[in-house]
Design a protein around this ligand. Structure first.
Ligand SMILES: O=C(O)c1cc(=O)[nH]c(=O)n1[C@@H]1O[C@H](COP(=O)(O)O)[C@@H](O)[C@H]1O
Length: 275
């Protein structure tokens, strides 16, 4: 099943638009594992087990593994996800972006080494930096468009004076992802929940492209406004929360607390869609 269909299927089965982000920070692990990077797999696997029936996707962030020389634990974790939640797509958050020959290696890493269903990419270097990922049939390539961080203001809302209508940079990206660049329907877009008006603008320009929307929870994005702006049906959005779920408790009950927070967030998002 391709990434887009898998996202839709998981969203429907789990009645969820919540993506749980796996950003393991040993310093924030529960007391008995605190500071110990050897427990990255154990921590993340417990979160996966506790939330697998509540999510439409999981999003491991590669830096949190690589920084601790824990790539083998990431491979082990993805294998665990396949065992316990084979219907839930895995989005590898790597934000890669490089010339074509190097992008081929990054694509191999994401789709052959880690066997992810989709990967996040920075589109700054243009279409030839994205094309190698599209050679993998059915795999998703999710382009940064209007990011959730304050520095997203530096370039993304600037107008492109040379283009007809002088669209903003993020608007132009949304148009490309809906049209010219989306040669096989594999593209998605990242839009931050911290900018719901821009989520709405992107949705208008890219009506059928799945949106990965980080920024609810720890970054304080407006979950309800985001759903109203971006949701058009199961699989249309994957709204990510990482720290608010992972570190809901620093005690031995961390997995149960993560489940409770994931459930609360899933229900809040669903209520916004129903309102
Ligand atoms: O591509 C992303 O996932 C991403 C894009 C963006 O604009 N903002 C953003 O926060 N992210 C990622 O989403 C996650 C957000 O984590 P929390 O703020 O803890 O929910 C982190 O893994 C970020 O790297």
């Amino acid at each position: 099943m391709n990434f887009v269909d898998m996202l839709k299927d998981a969203a429907t089965r789990n009645q969820s638009m919540l993506c749980v982000g796996l950003d393991p920070e040993p310093a924030r692990f529960p007391t008995h594992w605190q500071g110990n990077a050897a427990h990255i797999y154990d921590f993340c696997a417990a979160i996966v087990d506790a939330t697998a029936d509540l999510v439409c996707a999981f999003k491991p962030q590669i830096a949190y593994f690589a920084a601790h020389r824990a790539e083998a634990q990431l491979e082990q974790l993805i294998a665990h996800m396949r065992r316990v939640a084979p219907h839930v797509p895995v989005i590898l958050d790597a934000k890669r972006g490089d010339i074509g020959s190097t992008a081929e290696q990054y694509a191999k890493e994401a789709f052959e080494r880690y066997e992810a269903d989709a990967v996040t990419l920075s589109p700054f270097m243009g279409f030839d930096s994205v094309a190698p990922y599209l050679k993998y049939p059915g795999k998703g390539a999710i382009l940064l468009c209007r990011t959730s961080n304050p520095g997203g203001d530096d370039f993304q809302p600037q107008h492109l004076a040379d283009l007809p209508g002088q669209p903003r940079l993020y608007e132009h990206l949304a148009q490309l992802a809906q049209g010219a660049w989306n040669t096989n329907g594999q593209l998605g877009l990242v839009v931050g929940a911290t900018y719901p008006q821009e989520v709405a603008a992107v949705r208008r320009l890219a009506p059928t492209v799945p949106l990965l929307i980080p920024g609810v929870g720890a970054q304080g994005g407006d979950a309800e406004a985001t759903v109203k702006a971006g949701y058009t049906g199961p699989g249309s959005v994957a709204i990510n929360s990482s720290r608010a779920v992972l570190y809901a408790s620093s005690g031995a009950d961390f997995a149960a607390a993560a489940r409770a927070e994931a459930l609360r967030t899933r229900d809040l998002l669903n209520a916004a869609a129903a309102a």
